[in-house]
Design a protein around this ligand. Structure first.
Ligand code: UDP
Length: 234
């Protein structure tokens, strides 16, 4: 697989063309940003760790019937993926209150929610990723209602699968963000699933093992990411 020219560089990843038009290489960087990219830094080996965690989780989800963009891991920091037409809607699912929902609704952090909460955010840096609903998605023409139904069903299924998977390795899945895209007429799960995009707390101690360690300057950031990798691989 030949690495071609850079197509896109985001905050945590770079996409490259390959010699096959339907495939791209996703390269994971160590760069980290938070609070609308006003906080910037780098987490040692994060790219390597997130590549490995994402690859393992995509494979696990595929084995349970969730279609993803993952093809194979190519190197420490690179995976081969199907080239998606990204739907500009970020899907968040929350099982326990933290971050945005605590702030917006005044729920203290750590409350187990009566049922999982699904949110959409418009993937638009200039507008600071505002919260949106199905009507907003409709008027902006971001996806059809049929596509959104599929995305919602996949998201809740993914939540159940991931919750169960992490529970078995002693982690609580507090919340996470997903992105989907179109590929040959189908909806596939894209982007990454990692401690950058999930909140994960140790089941016994409630220790945060995710990007909140960076956001809130809690220290031992790399150790937390390594710990998640160790458990995912266990
Ligand atoms: N998240 C993400 N990318 C974003 C915003 C949020 O991956 O641009 C993840 C975040 O890591 C958390 C979940 O989505 O696991 C919910 O985040 P929240 O809406 O609470 O926002 P935050 O607290 O990150 O501002």
């Amino acid at each position: 697989m030949k690495k071609g020219k850079k197509i896109y560089e985001g905050k945590a990843k770079i996409l490259y063309e390959t010699d096959r038009p339907a495939m791209v290489i996703q390269e994971f960087k160590d760069d980290a940003t938070a609070f609308d990219a006003t906080k910037r830094g780098s987490i040692k080996e994060k790219g390597v760790i997130n590549n490995e965690i994402s690859a393992a989780l995509f494979q696990m989800l595929e084995s349970k019937g969730i279609p993803t963009h993952f093809v194979k891991r190519l190197s420490d920091r690179e995976m081969l993926i199907k080239k998606l037409e990204i739907i500009r809607v970020e899907v968040t699912i929350r099982n326990i209150s933290a971050g945005g929902i605590s702030k917006a609704l005044g729920i203290e952090e750590g409350v187990v929610l009566k049922s999982p909460v699904l949110e959409y955010h418009y993937k638009n840096d200039a507008l600071h990723d505002p919260l949106m609903n199905d009507y907003h998605i409709e008027i902006l023409g971001l996806a059809t209602s049929k596509e959104m139904k599929k995305i919602k069903d996949y998201s809740f299924s993914i939540n159940e699968i991931l919750k169960d998977f992490f529970d078995k390795v002693g982690l609580k899945l507090v919340d996470f963000k997903l992105e989907f895209g179109r590929y040959k007429g189908r909806i596939l799960l894209g982007d990454e699933i990692s401690p950058d995009t999930c909140r994960l707390w140790d089941k016994k101690t409630n220790e945060k093992l995710d990007k909140d360690r960076f956001r809130r300057d809690l220290g031992r950031i790399e150790e937390a990411y390594q710990e998640v990798l160790k458990r995912v691989k266990a």
